[in-house]
Design a protein around this ligand. Structure first.
Ligand code: 48H
Length: 264
């Protein structure tokens, strides 16, 4: 049975439209599809929450692909083994308490596990702003195509609601930065009320602080992964990724509490 071009078009547009409309009211919107965002989304979807990841690149995986200086390997601590092995990734021991994994295998298996758990992933989409309602609470995200952003076209965005928003945008902490910039006098839940900024590399400290830094940083907005260290002023850690998975899981636990407790 031949298939006409307009049938191909119909298949794509109908499928996209149905799924996009179904994403307009989420439990949790995750900005960024790196290790922390994908892990967060995976654990939330496993609990039956409606969760979507919005990634501005056309691919998922964030900083994992490049490993350490383009050597496509990442280092994982024992504490995060359970999560990463749970995605089906095989890890090789190389030092007491530390394992090394292939970055391509880690990205692909972590992505497959998240999608199988029910996470909806949108690529090529930037979170460019947030919705703020109910006396300064983040209640959703404002989206645009990354291509529009890159071309500097004046195209107005669309928006959707989420009970909780997760900033998993890595080093730049883009969502938190947007909230800080757009709300006059905004005080984040940090000691100074400001976004402190990432410190130079110190792997042990960066890794040991990241789970603690994974918190609600503004009502309705949680921060995970490198964005958490950037917001709370902790060091970077190079190509050690265990903390990203542990932080992703912690942000899922916190988001679950907010959504289930009605605090979302
Ligand atoms: C949609 C966006 C937006 C936006 C950015 O950088 P990531 O991999 O982030 P993490 O925190 O999950 O993992 C960090 C890790 O990869 C890393 O960089 C490490 C360990 N560094 C240590 C060191 O010393 O350097 O992923 C963030 C993702 C990326 O894919 C971005 O494209 C995406 O977020 N993103 N997506 N809307 N506004 N901003």
């Amino acid at each position: 049975m031949p298939l006409s071009e307009i049938e191909v078009t119909r298949g794509i547009v109908e499928g996209f439209t149905r799924d996009f409309l179904d994403s307009l009211e989420l439990d949790v919107a995750v900005a960024g599809g790196g290790p922390s965002g994908m892990t967060c989304a995976y654990f939330l979807a496993r609990e039956g929450l409606k969760v979507a990841v919005f990634e501005r690149n056309l691919h998922i995986g964030g900083g994992m692909w490049g490993g350490g200086m383009l050597f496509p390997r990442i280092v994982i601590q024992e504490e995060a083994m359970e999560i990463v092995s749970g995605f089906g990734v095989s890890l090789e021991p190389f030092h007491e308490g530390y394992y090394v994994g292939d970055s391509v295998e880690t990205v692909t298996k972590c992505t497959a596990a998240a999608i199988d758990a029910g996470v909806r992933v949108w690529v090529g989409v930037s979170i460019e702003d947030v919705l703020i309602r109910e006396e300064d609470r983040v209640t959703g995200v404002v989206l645009n195509w990354r291509a529009v952003e890159l071309a500097s076209l004046h195209v107005d965005p669309l928006a959707l609601e989420a009970k909780v928003v997760i900033d998993a945008t890595g080093h730049d902490a883009n969502v938190v930065r947007t909230v800080k910039r757009k709300i006059p006098g905004c005080r984040l839940f940090t000691d100074s009320g400001d976004l402190v900024g990432e410190k130079p590399m110190w792997a042990d400290v960066g890794e040991s602080e990241i789970v603690h830094n994974t918190r609600q940083v503004y009502p309705g907005l949680l921060v995970t992964g490198m964005a958490a260290n950037a917001v709370y002023g902790s060091p970077r850690m190079g190509a050690i990724f265990g903390g990203m998975f542990l932080s992703g899981r912690k942000s899922a636990e916190l988001a679950l509490e907010l959504v289930r407790g009605g605090g979302g």
